[in-house]
Write a protein that binds this ligand. Structure first.
Ligand code: PEP
Ligand code: MG
Length: 537
Protein backbone atom coordinates (compact mmCIF):
# COMPACT_ATOMS: atom_id res chain seq x y z
CA UNK A 1 0.00 0.00 0.00
CA UNK A 2 1.29 3.48 -0.91
CA UNK A 3 0.45 6.53 1.16
CA UNK A 4 -0.31 10.00 -0.11
CA UNK A 5 -2.75 12.81 0.55
CA UNK A 6 -6.46 12.27 -0.01
CA UNK A 7 -7.25 15.32 -2.13
CA UNK A 8 -10.58 14.53 -3.77
CA UNK A 9 -13.13 12.28 -2.11
CA UNK A 10 -14.32 8.94 -3.43
CA UNK A 11 -12.95 5.50 -4.27
CA UNK A 12 -11.45 4.59 -7.62
CA UNK A 13 -10.86 1.02 -8.72
CA UNK A 14 -9.29 0.29 -12.08
CA UNK A 15 -6.21 -0.25 -14.18
CA UNK A 16 -3.20 2.04 -14.12
CA UNK A 17 -2.35 4.28 -17.05
CA UNK A 18 1.05 5.81 -16.29
CA UNK A 19 1.79 9.12 -17.99
CA UNK A 20 5.56 9.63 -17.92
CA UNK A 21 7.33 12.86 -18.72
CA UNK A 22 8.69 12.59 -22.27
CA UNK A 23 12.45 12.25 -22.34
CA UNK A 24 13.49 13.83 -25.63
CA UNK A 25 17.21 13.67 -24.97
CA UNK A 26 18.90 12.49 -28.20
CA UNK A 27 22.54 12.87 -27.26
CA UNK A 28 23.12 9.10 -27.26
CA UNK A 29 21.87 8.74 -30.89
CA UNK A 30 24.75 7.96 -33.28
CA UNK A 31 25.13 9.58 -36.70
CA UNK A 32 24.32 6.99 -39.39
CA UNK A 33 25.50 8.94 -42.42
CA UNK A 34 23.70 11.61 -44.47
CA UNK A 35 21.48 9.30 -46.56
CA UNK A 36 20.20 7.23 -43.64
CA UNK A 37 19.65 10.33 -41.44
CA UNK A 38 17.72 12.09 -44.22
CA UNK A 39 15.59 8.98 -44.81
CA UNK A 40 14.91 8.88 -41.06
CA UNK A 41 13.91 12.55 -41.13
CA UNK A 42 11.48 12.00 -44.02
CA UNK A 43 9.93 8.95 -42.38
CA UNK A 44 9.38 11.01 -39.24
CA UNK A 45 7.86 13.90 -41.22
CA UNK A 46 5.50 11.49 -43.02
CA UNK A 47 4.44 9.94 -39.71
CA UNK A 48 3.93 13.41 -38.24
CA UNK A 49 1.76 14.45 -41.21
CA UNK A 50 -0.35 11.33 -40.91
CA UNK A 51 -0.72 11.64 -37.13
CA UNK A 52 -1.59 15.34 -37.34
CA UNK A 53 -4.18 14.86 -40.09
CA UNK A 54 -5.91 12.16 -38.02
CA UNK A 55 -5.84 14.37 -34.91
CA UNK A 56 -7.23 17.35 -36.82
CA UNK A 57 -10.04 15.19 -38.18
CA UNK A 58 -10.82 13.97 -34.67
CA UNK A 59 -10.79 17.53 -33.30
CA UNK A 60 -13.13 18.71 -36.05
CA UNK A 61 -15.67 16.14 -34.92
CA UNK A 62 -15.23 16.55 -31.17
CA UNK A 63 -14.00 20.05 -30.43
CA UNK A 64 -14.47 22.36 -33.38
CA UNK A 65 -12.90 23.78 -36.49
CA UNK A 66 -10.81 26.37 -34.65
CA UNK A 67 -8.76 23.77 -32.75
CA UNK A 68 -8.33 21.66 -35.90
CA UNK A 69 -7.09 24.67 -37.85
CA UNK A 70 -4.17 25.09 -35.44
CA UNK A 71 -3.00 21.56 -36.24
CA UNK A 72 -3.50 22.03 -39.95
CA UNK A 73 -1.32 25.13 -39.61
CA UNK A 74 1.43 22.88 -38.20
CA UNK A 75 1.34 20.81 -41.38
CA UNK A 76 1.72 23.88 -43.58
CA UNK A 77 4.69 25.08 -41.53
CA UNK A 78 6.53 21.78 -41.59
CA UNK A 79 5.92 21.29 -45.29
CA UNK A 80 7.60 24.65 -45.94
CA UNK A 81 10.53 23.58 -48.21
CA UNK A 82 12.86 26.09 -46.56
CA UNK A 83 12.51 24.53 -43.13
CA UNK A 84 13.05 20.99 -44.41
CA UNK A 85 15.97 22.09 -46.58
CA UNK A 86 17.65 23.62 -43.53
CA UNK A 87 17.24 20.34 -41.63
CA UNK A 88 18.76 18.40 -44.51
CA UNK A 89 21.66 20.84 -44.69
CA UNK A 90 22.34 20.29 -40.98
CA UNK A 91 22.38 16.54 -41.64
CA UNK A 92 24.87 17.05 -44.51
CA UNK A 93 27.00 18.93 -42.01
CA UNK A 94 27.19 15.87 -39.78
CA UNK A 95 24.17 16.18 -37.51
CA UNK A 96 21.76 13.37 -36.70
CA UNK A 97 18.14 13.86 -37.83
CA UNK A 98 17.25 14.59 -34.19
CA UNK A 99 19.92 17.28 -33.85
CA UNK A 100 18.91 18.77 -37.22
CA UNK A 101 15.28 19.06 -36.15
CA UNK A 102 16.26 20.55 -32.79
CA UNK A 103 18.73 23.08 -34.23
CA UNK A 104 16.51 24.34 -37.05
CA UNK A 105 13.31 24.51 -35.00
CA UNK A 106 15.12 26.23 -32.12
CA UNK A 107 16.47 28.83 -34.53
CA UNK A 108 12.92 29.64 -35.72
CA UNK A 109 11.60 29.63 -32.15
CA UNK A 110 14.24 32.18 -31.08
CA UNK A 111 13.53 34.29 -34.12
CA UNK A 112 9.74 34.37 -33.62
CA UNK A 113 9.58 34.61 -29.85
CA UNK A 114 11.55 37.87 -29.74
CA UNK A 115 8.97 39.69 -31.87
CA UNK A 116 6.35 42.07 -30.43
CA UNK A 117 3.52 40.87 -32.62
CA UNK A 118 1.24 38.37 -30.85
CA UNK A 119 0.55 36.26 -33.96
CA UNK A 120 4.23 35.84 -34.76
CA UNK A 121 4.93 34.81 -31.16
CA UNK A 122 2.17 32.22 -31.52
CA UNK A 123 4.17 30.73 -34.42
CA UNK A 124 7.08 30.16 -32.03
CA UNK A 125 4.88 28.02 -29.84
CA UNK A 126 3.55 26.14 -32.89
CA UNK A 127 7.11 25.33 -33.94
CA UNK A 128 7.91 24.19 -30.40
CA UNK A 129 5.01 21.72 -30.71
CA UNK A 130 6.28 20.53 -34.10
CA UNK A 131 9.79 20.07 -32.72
CA UNK A 132 8.59 18.01 -29.75
CA UNK A 133 6.39 15.83 -31.95
CA UNK A 134 9.15 15.17 -34.47
CA UNK A 135 11.68 14.33 -31.75
CA UNK A 136 9.15 12.06 -30.07
CA UNK A 137 8.59 10.19 -33.34
CA UNK A 138 12.32 10.00 -34.16
CA UNK A 139 13.15 8.67 -30.69
CA UNK A 140 10.17 6.29 -30.60
CA UNK A 141 8.85 7.82 -27.35
CA UNK A 142 5.26 6.75 -26.68
CA UNK A 143 2.74 9.25 -25.28
CA UNK A 144 -0.63 8.64 -23.69
CA UNK A 145 -3.72 10.02 -25.38
CA UNK A 146 -5.50 11.04 -22.18
CA UNK A 147 -8.78 11.74 -23.98
CA UNK A 148 -9.15 8.15 -25.13
CA UNK A 149 -8.05 5.99 -22.19
CA UNK A 150 -10.39 3.01 -21.65
CA UNK A 151 -13.12 2.86 -19.00
CA UNK A 152 -11.97 2.39 -15.36
CA UNK A 153 -8.54 3.92 -15.93
CA UNK A 154 -6.56 5.21 -12.97
CA UNK A 155 -4.39 8.01 -14.35
CA UNK A 156 -0.94 8.39 -12.82
CA UNK A 157 1.41 11.29 -13.50
CA UNK A 158 3.99 13.39 -11.75
CA UNK A 159 1.47 16.25 -11.85
CA UNK A 160 -1.49 17.22 -14.00
CA UNK A 161 -1.37 20.48 -15.91
CA UNK A 162 -4.65 22.25 -16.71
CA UNK A 163 -4.33 21.17 -20.36
CA UNK A 164 -3.90 17.52 -19.31
CA UNK A 165 -6.96 17.72 -17.08
CA UNK A 166 -9.03 19.35 -19.78
CA UNK A 167 -8.60 16.17 -21.87
CA UNK A 168 -9.91 13.90 -19.12
CA UNK A 169 -13.15 12.11 -19.86
CA UNK A 170 -14.87 11.71 -16.49
CA UNK A 171 -16.75 8.62 -17.65
CA UNK A 172 -13.53 6.67 -18.18
CA UNK A 173 -11.26 7.90 -15.40
CA UNK A 174 -11.94 6.38 -12.00
CA UNK A 175 -9.11 8.10 -10.08
CA UNK A 176 -6.06 10.34 -10.35
CA UNK A 177 -2.75 9.75 -8.57
CA UNK A 178 0.20 12.14 -8.60
CA UNK A 179 3.69 12.42 -7.14
CA UNK A 180 3.41 16.05 -6.14
CA UNK A 181 0.80 18.48 -4.84
CA UNK A 182 -1.36 18.86 -1.75
CA UNK A 183 -5.01 19.46 -0.94
CA UNK A 184 -4.86 22.98 -2.33
CA UNK A 185 -2.68 22.33 -5.39
CA UNK A 186 -4.15 22.85 -8.82
CA UNK A 187 -4.36 19.09 -9.53
CA UNK A 188 -6.47 18.73 -6.38
CA UNK A 189 -8.68 21.65 -7.25
CA UNK A 190 -9.25 20.35 -10.76
CA UNK A 191 -9.92 16.78 -9.57
CA UNK A 192 -12.51 18.01 -7.07
CA UNK A 193 -14.11 20.23 -9.71
CA UNK A 194 -14.59 17.13 -11.87
CA UNK A 195 -15.62 14.89 -8.96
CA UNK A 196 -12.81 12.39 -9.59
CA UNK A 197 -11.19 10.72 -6.55
CA UNK A 198 -7.56 11.79 -6.16
CA UNK A 199 -4.55 10.77 -4.09
CA UNK A 200 -1.63 13.18 -4.37
CA UNK A 201 1.95 13.36 -3.13
CA UNK A 202 2.61 9.61 -3.51
CA UNK A 203 6.39 9.41 -3.57
CA UNK A 204 7.80 7.82 -6.75
CA UNK A 205 4.40 6.59 -7.92
CA UNK A 206 5.18 6.90 -11.65
CA UNK A 207 8.11 4.52 -11.17
CA UNK A 208 6.49 2.15 -8.67
CA UNK A 209 3.39 1.37 -10.71
CA UNK A 210 3.27 -0.14 -14.19
CA UNK A 211 0.71 0.30 -16.94
CA UNK A 212 -2.15 -2.14 -16.52
CA UNK A 213 -1.63 -2.79 -12.76
CA UNK A 214 -4.90 -3.15 -10.87
CA UNK A 215 -5.25 -0.41 -8.26
CA UNK A 216 -7.55 0.90 -5.58
CA UNK A 217 -7.33 4.62 -4.80
CA UNK A 218 -8.91 5.87 -1.59
CA UNK A 219 -9.44 9.62 -2.01
CA UNK A 220 -10.61 10.00 1.61
CA UNK A 221 -7.62 8.49 3.39
CA UNK A 222 -4.98 9.08 0.71
CA UNK A 223 -4.17 5.39 0.18
CA UNK A 224 -3.27 3.51 -2.97
CA UNK A 225 -3.50 -0.31 -2.90
CA UNK A 226 -1.23 -1.95 -5.44
CA UNK A 227 -1.93 -5.62 -6.34
CA UNK A 228 -5.03 -5.64 -4.12
CA UNK A 229 -6.29 -9.00 -2.85
CA UNK A 230 -9.71 -10.30 -3.78
CA UNK A 231 -11.06 -9.38 -0.35
CA UNK A 232 -9.67 -5.84 -0.62
CA UNK A 233 -11.27 -5.46 -4.02
CA UNK A 234 -14.60 -6.62 -2.62
CA UNK A 235 -14.33 -4.40 0.45
CA UNK A 236 -13.59 -1.29 -1.62
CA UNK A 237 -16.16 -1.99 -4.27
CA UNK A 238 -18.74 -2.15 -1.43
CA UNK A 239 -17.42 1.11 0.00
CA UNK A 240 -17.61 2.65 -3.46
CA UNK A 241 -21.24 1.54 -3.88
CA UNK A 242 -22.18 2.91 -0.46
CA UNK A 243 -20.47 6.23 -1.19
CA UNK A 244 -22.17 6.58 -4.58
CA UNK A 245 -25.52 5.75 -2.97
CA UNK A 246 -24.98 8.39 -0.31
CA UNK A 247 -24.02 10.90 -2.99
CA UNK A 248 -27.17 10.06 -4.89
CA UNK A 249 -29.26 10.62 -1.77
CA UNK A 250 -27.94 14.19 -1.71
CA UNK A 251 -29.97 14.87 -4.84
CA UNK A 252 -32.89 15.71 -2.58
CA UNK A 253 -30.99 18.95 -1.86
CA UNK A 254 -30.72 19.83 -5.53
CA UNK A 255 -32.62 22.98 -6.45
CA UNK A 256 -33.56 23.60 -2.80
CA UNK A 257 -32.76 26.86 -1.02
CA UNK A 258 -30.09 26.65 1.66
CA UNK A 259 -31.97 27.35 4.89
CA UNK A 260 -30.80 26.51 8.42
CA UNK A 261 -33.06 24.80 10.95
CA UNK A 262 -33.88 28.17 12.47
CA UNK A 263 -34.87 29.61 9.09
CA UNK A 264 -31.82 31.70 8.15
CA UNK A 265 -31.15 31.71 4.41
CA UNK A 266 -27.58 30.97 3.31
CA UNK A 267 -25.96 30.42 -0.08
CA UNK A 268 -23.79 27.59 -1.37
CA UNK A 269 -21.61 28.53 -4.32
CA UNK A 270 -19.01 26.65 -6.37
CA UNK A 271 -15.31 27.30 -6.95
CA UNK A 272 -14.07 27.00 -10.52
CA UNK A 273 -10.73 27.11 -12.36
CA UNK A 274 -11.85 27.28 -15.96
CA UNK A 275 -14.92 28.46 -17.84
CA UNK A 276 -16.24 24.95 -18.56
CA UNK A 277 -16.39 24.19 -14.81
CA UNK A 278 -19.37 26.54 -14.53
CA UNK A 279 -21.48 23.69 -15.94
CA UNK A 280 -20.34 21.48 -13.04
CA UNK A 281 -21.53 24.13 -10.60
CA UNK A 282 -24.94 24.31 -12.31
CA UNK A 283 -25.24 20.50 -12.48
CA UNK A 284 -24.43 20.25 -8.77
CA UNK A 285 -27.00 22.81 -7.72
CA UNK A 286 -24.67 25.74 -6.96
CA UNK A 287 -26.38 29.08 -6.32
CA UNK A 288 -23.52 31.05 -7.82
CA UNK A 289 -19.74 31.06 -8.25
CA UNK A 290 -17.85 32.25 -5.20
CA UNK A 291 -14.37 31.94 -6.66
CA UNK A 292 -13.20 31.84 -10.26
CA UNK A 293 -9.46 31.20 -10.03
CA UNK A 294 -8.45 33.07 -13.17
CA UNK A 295 -4.77 32.12 -12.99
CA UNK A 296 -5.62 28.81 -14.69
CA UNK A 297 -6.38 30.82 -17.83
CA UNK A 298 -2.81 32.12 -17.72
CA UNK A 299 -1.10 28.81 -16.97
CA UNK A 300 0.13 26.12 -19.31
CA UNK A 301 0.58 28.38 -22.32
CA UNK A 302 3.30 30.44 -23.99
CA UNK A 303 1.95 33.96 -23.48
CA UNK A 304 -0.75 35.75 -21.57
CA UNK A 305 -4.36 35.50 -22.77
CA UNK A 306 -5.54 38.54 -24.72
CA UNK A 307 -8.38 40.79 -23.54
CA UNK A 308 -10.74 39.11 -26.02
CA UNK A 309 -9.74 35.60 -24.94
CA UNK A 310 -10.40 36.56 -21.32
CA UNK A 311 -13.66 38.27 -22.25
CA UNK A 312 -14.76 35.03 -23.88
CA UNK A 313 -13.96 32.97 -20.76
CA UNK A 314 -15.58 35.37 -18.26
CA UNK A 315 -18.69 35.97 -20.34
CA UNK A 316 -19.13 32.20 -20.91
CA UNK A 317 -19.27 31.78 -17.13
CA UNK A 318 -21.57 34.77 -16.64
CA UNK A 319 -24.00 33.42 -19.24
CA UNK A 320 -23.84 29.83 -17.91
CA UNK A 321 -24.78 31.11 -14.45
CA UNK A 322 -27.82 32.92 -15.80
CA UNK A 323 -27.62 36.07 -13.70
CA UNK A 324 -26.52 34.26 -10.55
CA UNK A 325 -23.56 35.85 -8.79
CA UNK A 326 -20.10 35.17 -10.32
CA UNK A 327 -17.12 36.31 -8.25
CA UNK A 328 -14.03 36.60 -10.44
CA UNK A 329 -10.77 36.70 -8.54
CA UNK A 330 -8.13 38.70 -10.33
CA UNK A 331 -4.84 37.02 -11.20
CA UNK A 332 -3.31 35.22 -8.22
CA UNK A 333 0.13 34.11 -9.39
CA UNK A 334 3.47 33.69 -7.68
CA UNK A 335 3.93 31.48 -4.61
CA UNK A 336 3.24 27.94 -5.84
CA UNK A 337 1.65 29.20 -9.05
CA UNK A 338 4.48 29.86 -11.48
CA UNK A 339 3.94 31.20 -15.00
CA UNK A 340 7.15 30.98 -17.03
CA UNK A 341 6.42 33.66 -19.63
CA UNK A 342 5.83 36.29 -16.93
CA UNK A 343 9.51 35.82 -16.02
CA UNK A 344 9.09 36.43 -12.30
CA UNK A 345 12.52 36.14 -10.71
CA UNK A 346 13.13 33.28 -8.30
CA UNK A 347 12.74 34.42 -4.70
CA UNK A 348 13.90 33.05 -1.35
CA UNK A 349 10.37 33.21 0.05
CA UNK A 350 7.97 33.20 -2.90
CA UNK A 351 4.89 32.92 -0.65
CA UNK A 352 5.89 36.15 1.06
CA UNK A 353 7.06 37.78 -2.11
CA UNK A 354 6.08 39.31 -5.40
CA UNK A 355 2.72 37.71 -6.04
CA UNK A 356 -1.02 38.17 -6.62
CA UNK A 357 -2.17 41.78 -6.15
CA UNK A 358 1.39 42.92 -5.45
CA UNK A 359 2.52 41.70 -8.86
CA UNK A 360 -0.60 42.99 -10.61
CA UNK A 361 -0.38 46.52 -9.19
CA UNK A 362 3.23 46.62 -10.36
CA UNK A 363 2.35 45.32 -13.85
CA UNK A 364 -0.51 47.61 -14.66
CA UNK A 365 -0.85 46.83 -18.36
CA UNK A 366 -1.27 43.12 -17.70
CA UNK A 367 -3.70 43.87 -14.85
CA UNK A 368 -5.71 46.35 -16.88
CA UNK A 369 -6.12 43.81 -19.69
CA UNK A 370 -7.75 41.48 -17.20
CA UNK A 371 -9.85 44.17 -15.51
CA UNK A 372 -11.12 45.46 -18.87
CA UNK A 373 -12.11 41.92 -19.89
CA UNK A 374 -14.02 41.43 -16.62
CA UNK A 375 -15.80 44.80 -16.93
CA UNK A 376 -16.79 43.99 -20.50
CA UNK A 377 -18.00 40.50 -19.54
CA UNK A 378 -20.11 42.02 -16.75
CA UNK A 379 -22.76 43.06 -19.27
CA UNK A 380 -23.62 39.35 -19.70
CA UNK A 381 -24.40 38.51 -16.09
CA UNK A 382 -23.93 39.24 -12.42
CA UNK A 383 -20.16 39.59 -12.11
CA UNK A 384 -18.14 40.86 -9.14
CA UNK A 385 -14.40 41.41 -8.86
CA UNK A 386 -12.39 39.98 -5.95
CA UNK A 387 -8.84 41.02 -5.01
CA UNK A 388 -6.45 38.30 -3.76
CA UNK A 389 -3.77 38.46 -1.07
CA UNK A 390 -4.65 41.94 0.15
CA UNK A 391 -2.62 43.13 3.14
CA UNK A 392 -3.25 46.91 3.14
CA UNK A 393 -6.14 49.32 2.54
CA UNK A 394 -3.91 51.13 0.06
CA UNK A 395 -3.84 48.09 -2.26
CA UNK A 396 -7.64 48.07 -2.44
CA UNK A 397 -7.72 51.81 -3.16
CA UNK A 398 -5.12 51.41 -5.91
CA UNK A 399 -6.96 48.51 -7.52
CA UNK A 400 -10.24 50.41 -7.40
CA UNK A 401 -8.58 53.44 -9.02
CA UNK A 402 -7.24 51.21 -11.78
CA UNK A 403 -10.71 49.74 -12.34
CA UNK A 404 -12.09 53.29 -12.62
CA UNK A 405 -9.40 54.08 -15.17
CA UNK A 406 -10.39 50.99 -17.18
CA UNK A 407 -14.07 52.05 -17.12
CA UNK A 408 -13.10 55.46 -18.47
CA UNK A 409 -11.00 53.92 -21.25
CA UNK A 410 -13.80 51.58 -22.28
CA UNK A 411 -16.22 54.51 -22.25
CA UNK A 412 -13.86 56.53 -24.49
CA UNK A 413 -13.43 53.61 -26.86
CA UNK A 414 -17.20 53.11 -27.09
CA UNK A 415 -16.97 49.53 -25.76
CA UNK A 416 -19.84 48.16 -23.69
CA UNK A 417 -19.12 47.33 -20.05
CA UNK A 418 -20.73 47.43 -16.63
CA UNK A 419 -19.34 48.73 -13.33
CA UNK A 420 -19.08 45.94 -10.76
CA UNK A 421 -18.75 45.64 -6.98
CA UNK A 422 -15.18 45.08 -5.79
CA UNK A 423 -14.61 42.70 -2.89
CA UNK A 424 -11.57 41.64 -0.90
CA UNK A 425 -10.25 38.19 -0.12
CA UNK A 426 -9.31 37.83 3.51
CA UNK A 427 -6.45 35.36 3.37
CA UNK A 428 -3.65 37.03 5.30
CA UNK A 429 -3.53 37.70 9.06
CA UNK A 430 -2.97 41.35 8.18
CA UNK A 431 -6.25 41.53 6.23
CA UNK A 432 -8.13 39.81 9.07
CA UNK A 433 -6.64 42.19 11.64
CA UNK A 434 -7.66 45.28 9.64
CA UNK A 435 -10.92 43.82 8.36
CA UNK A 436 -12.80 46.70 10.01
CA UNK A 437 -10.80 49.16 7.88
CA UNK A 438 -10.98 47.06 4.72
CA UNK A 439 -14.77 46.76 5.13
CA UNK A 440 -15.01 50.51 4.44
CA UNK A 441 -13.49 49.97 0.98
CA UNK A 442 -14.84 46.53 0.11
CA UNK A 443 -18.26 45.62 -1.28
CA UNK A 444 -17.89 42.13 0.23
CA UNK A 445 -15.39 39.79 1.85
CA UNK A 446 -14.53 36.20 1.05
CA UNK A 447 -12.33 34.33 3.50
CA UNK A 448 -9.57 32.30 1.85
CA UNK A 449 -8.82 29.77 4.56
CA UNK A 450 -6.24 27.89 2.49
CA UNK A 451 -3.78 30.75 2.69
CA UNK A 452 -5.15 32.25 5.91
CA UNK A 453 -4.33 28.98 7.72
CA UNK A 454 -0.81 28.88 6.30
CA UNK A 455 0.04 32.50 6.99
CA UNK A 456 -1.60 32.60 10.43
CA UNK A 457 0.18 29.45 11.58
CA UNK A 458 3.39 30.45 9.77
CA UNK A 459 3.42 27.10 8.01
CA UNK A 460 4.08 26.20 4.38
CA UNK A 461 0.86 24.87 2.80
CA UNK A 462 2.70 22.10 0.96
CA UNK A 463 5.36 21.00 3.47
CA UNK A 464 4.60 17.50 4.80
CA UNK A 465 6.97 17.87 7.79
CA UNK A 466 4.96 20.70 9.33
CA UNK A 467 1.57 19.72 7.99
CA UNK A 468 0.32 19.00 11.53
CA UNK A 469 0.31 22.78 12.02
CA UNK A 470 -1.66 23.42 8.86
CA UNK A 471 -4.96 23.14 10.68
CA UNK A 472 -7.91 25.44 10.18
CA UNK A 473 -9.37 24.44 13.56
CA UNK A 474 -6.43 26.00 15.43
CA UNK A 475 -7.76 28.77 17.73
CA UNK A 476 -5.59 31.39 16.01
CA UNK A 477 -7.20 30.68 12.63
CA UNK A 478 -10.69 30.49 14.11
CA UNK A 479 -10.19 33.85 15.79
CA UNK A 480 -9.10 35.41 12.49
CA UNK A 481 -12.23 34.01 10.81
CA UNK A 482 -14.54 35.14 13.61
CA UNK A 483 -13.03 38.62 13.64
CA UNK A 484 -13.47 38.96 9.86
CA UNK A 485 -17.11 37.87 9.92
CA UNK A 486 -17.92 40.17 12.83
CA UNK A 487 -16.27 43.16 11.16
CA UNK A 488 -18.14 42.48 7.91
CA UNK A 489 -21.42 42.27 9.83
CA UNK A 490 -20.68 45.50 11.70
CA UNK A 491 -20.03 47.26 8.38
CA UNK A 492 -23.11 45.69 6.77
CA UNK A 493 -21.28 43.94 3.91
CA UNK A 494 -21.79 40.29 2.90
CA UNK A 495 -19.12 37.79 3.89
CA UNK A 496 -18.40 34.41 2.32
CA UNK A 497 -15.71 31.77 2.49
CA UNK A 498 -14.04 30.24 -0.56
CA UNK A 499 -11.20 28.26 1.07
CA UNK A 500 -11.53 24.51 1.59
CA UNK A 501 -12.79 25.05 5.15
CA UNK A 502 -16.15 26.19 3.76
CA UNK A 503 -16.92 22.50 3.13
CA UNK A 504 -15.52 21.33 6.48
CA UNK A 505 -18.35 19.82 8.40
CA UNK A 506 -16.59 20.42 11.76
CA UNK A 507 -16.61 24.17 11.16
CA UNK A 508 -20.09 24.71 9.80
CA UNK A 509 -21.85 25.17 13.20
CA UNK A 510 -19.31 27.85 14.19
CA UNK A 511 -19.48 29.62 10.82
CA UNK A 512 -23.27 29.70 11.07
CA UNK A 513 -23.14 30.98 14.63
CA UNK A 514 -20.82 33.83 13.56
CA UNK A 515 -23.10 34.65 10.62
CA UNK A 516 -21.19 33.60 7.47
CA UNK A 517 -23.49 34.32 4.50
CA UNK A 518 -22.04 32.30 1.66
CA UNK A 519 -20.08 29.02 1.45
CA UNK A 520 -18.14 28.50 -1.77
CA UNK A 521 -16.89 24.94 -2.24
CA UNK A 522 -15.77 22.50 -4.96
CA UNK A 523 -18.70 21.68 -7.24
CA UNK A 524 -18.69 18.07 -6.01
CA UNK A 525 -19.15 19.26 -2.38
CA UNK A 526 -22.07 21.65 -3.00
CA UNK A 527 -24.94 19.33 -2.09
CA UNK A 528 -23.18 17.86 0.95
CA UNK A 529 -22.45 21.36 2.23
CA UNK A 530 -26.06 22.43 1.69
CA UNK A 531 -27.19 19.35 3.63
CA UNK A 532 -24.79 20.14 6.49
CA UNK A 533 -26.05 23.72 6.67
CA UNK A 534 -29.72 22.69 6.50
CA UNK A 535 -29.19 20.26 9.41
CA UNK A 536 -27.70 23.00 11.65
CA UNK A 537 -29.14 26.03 13.42
C1 PEP B 1 -7.46 30.41 -0.27
O1 PEP B 1 -6.32 30.82 -0.08
O2 PEP B 1 -8.22 29.99 0.63
C2 PEP B 1 -8.02 30.38 -1.63
C3 PEP B 1 -9.27 30.07 -1.85
O3 PEP B 1 -7.17 30.69 -2.65
P1 PEP B 1 -6.14 29.67 -3.32
O4 PEP B 1 -6.39 28.31 -2.73
O5 PEP B 1 -6.39 29.73 -4.79
O6 PEP B 1 -4.85 30.28 -2.93
MG1 MG C 1 -5.29 31.97 -1.61
Amino acid sequence: MLKGIGASQGYGIGRAVVIKDCNLDYKYVKYAGPEEEKAKLHRAVDAFVEETKALAQNLKQNAGDKEAEILEGHLVMLQDPFMLAQMEESIDNGMTAEAGVDTVCSMFIDMFSGVDDELTRQRASDIRDIKDSLLRILLGVKTVDIASVPKNSVLIAKDFTPSMTSQINRENVSAIITEVGGVTSHSAILARAMGIPAVLSVVGVTERICDGDTLIADGFKGKVFTSPSQSELEEYSQKQQAYLKEKESLNEYFGKPTVTKNGTVKKVYGNIGKAEDAQNVVQNGGEGIGLFRTEFLFMDREHQPTEDEQLEAYSTVAKAMDNKEVIIRTLDIGGDKAIDYLCIEREENPFLGYRAIRYCLDNKELYKTQLRAILRAAQYGNIKIMLPLVTTVEEVKQAKALIKECCQELEDEGLRYREVPVGVMIETPSAALISDLLAKEAAFFSIGTNDLTGYTMAVDRGNAKVSYLYDVTQPAVLRAIEMTIKNAKAAGIPVGMCGEAAADERLIPKLLEWGLDEFSVSPSSILQTRKNICLND
